[in-house]
Design a protein around this ligand. Structure first.
Ligand SMILES: Nc1ncnc2c1ncn2[C@@H]1O[C@H](COP(=O)(O)OP(=O)(O)OP(=O)(O)O)[C@@H](O)[C@H]1O
Length: 345
């Protein structure tokens, strides 16, 4: 069941020439974690602020838990929307202990407020440090306090702006998983903004991708990565190789060799074959479909990237396993098990 619905939401800032958000419509299901991604200026933060009630749209409808919180000029004020917010810099009060930070803004008797705050801090994995001040905690712990403060009032939805951007790379993988588990344990619906595709792919149930204020695609991570609806979405999730090709009845002629593919006959004129590095496989046997001169091998521990060139210098990169040895070889054979075909003009 949907908990949040946006219908044709538009927002243009006062002096701006372009819309920050244009005709955006989507639903968020109860208990779902949705990532909002897009390049800088694509409208992610604006969309989050519109849901939170920190900005008002020019037109459109936003409904939360069946109630219209925005419709035309009418809107429910931010503090009445029951929305929890975690800001990029956590926005903790430095002069309050972490327990006082979580108590802040909670309604109820003194005892209720105290026990809810303690329970929520325990839920986010902070057990004994209740009297510490924010500066005495690590970045990851501060973020959990911010999360506890946001979820303690039992909001209908949790909104997080770039929640992982202040964490160093080592901590990030661990914190992502912890935050995901905490959110799933509480069953709360969450939307987070990120510019990092890894955050989105690993943490979200679904991803919404924005470009210049327009929603491009909203789907589960695998579909966005494997079946992007347009080149913008495809390239956002990582580099794709481009290989020029001429279609025939039997397949595609490329400068790396011939690819047998009966689908090729559907195309006329030059085409581009688009594929990610992991959609190819380097093979040691000769006689495979394609071959290229090895230009560079980059080792990443978990995998290697092999850059191959044709006779004219066109290059493609193929991902391969870390154990494969290329000693004494200057050419490699490879095949593609997945590619998109686009008309080339
Ligand atoms: N207060 C404002 N007044 C005028 N224009 C604004 C304001 N806030 C944002 N914009 C513009 O609206 C567009 C969308 O901005 P927004 O901050 O929502 O993008 P974003 O995707 O969150 O970007 P970033 O990743 O850089 O934070 C941009 O063109 C931006 O310049």
């Amino acid at each position: 069941m949907s908990i949040l619905t946006l219908q044709n939401v538009n927002k243009k800032y006062n002096q701006a020439m372009e819309f920050a958000i244009k005709g955006v419509s989507f639903d968020v299901k109860e208990g779902e974690i949705l990532a909002l991604v897009g390049e800088s200026g694509s409208g992610k933060t604006t969309l989050l602020r519109l849901i939170a009630g920190l900005e008002h749209p020019d037109s459109g409808i936003i409904s939360l838990s069946g109630q219209k919180i925005v419709e035309g000029k009418k809107s429910v004020p931010a503090h009445e929307r029951q929305v929890g917010m975690v800001f990029q810099d956590y926005a903790l009060f430095p002069h309050l202990t972490i327990l006082e930070n979580v108590k802040f803004g909670l309604k109820g008797s003194k005892e209720e407020v105290d026990s809810t705050s303690r329970e929520t801090l325990k839920l986010v994995g902070l057990k004994e440090d209740f009297s510490k001040y924010p500066h005495q905690l690590s970045g990851g712990q501060q973020q959990r306090v911010a999360l506890a403060r946001a979820i303690a009032p039992n909001p209908k939805i949790l909104l997080m702006d770039e929640p992982f951007s202040n964490l160093d790379a080592m901590l990030k993988d661990q914190v992502r998983e912890e935050i995901r588990q905490i959110i799933k344990k509480t069953g709360i619906t969450a939307i987070f903004v990120t510019h990092d595709t890894k955050d989105a792919l690993s943490t979200a149930d679904r991803i919404a991708i924005l470009h210049k204020g327009y929603l491009q695609q909203i789907d589960i991570p695998k579909v966005l990565y494997e079946n992007p609806v347009n080149p913008y979405v495809a390239n956002f999730f990582g580099k794709r190789n481009e290989m020029m090709a001429i279609p025939t009845e039997e397949g595609f002629h490329t400068s790396f060799g011939f690819i047998t593919d009966p689908e090729a006959k559907k195309f006329k004129g030059k085409v581009k074959l688009l594929f990610r590095p992991e959609h190819g496989e380097v093979v040691q046997r000769d006689g495979q479909q394609l071959t290229g001169k090895i230009v560079k091998i980059s080792y990443f521990g978990s995998h290697q990237m092999v850059k191959l060139a044709d006779d004219e210098g066109q290059r493609v990169t193929i991902r391969t396993n870390p154990g494969r040895s290329f000693d004494g070889i200057d050419r490699a054979c490879f095949y593609l098990w997945k590619y998109d075909v686009e008309e080339a003009f």
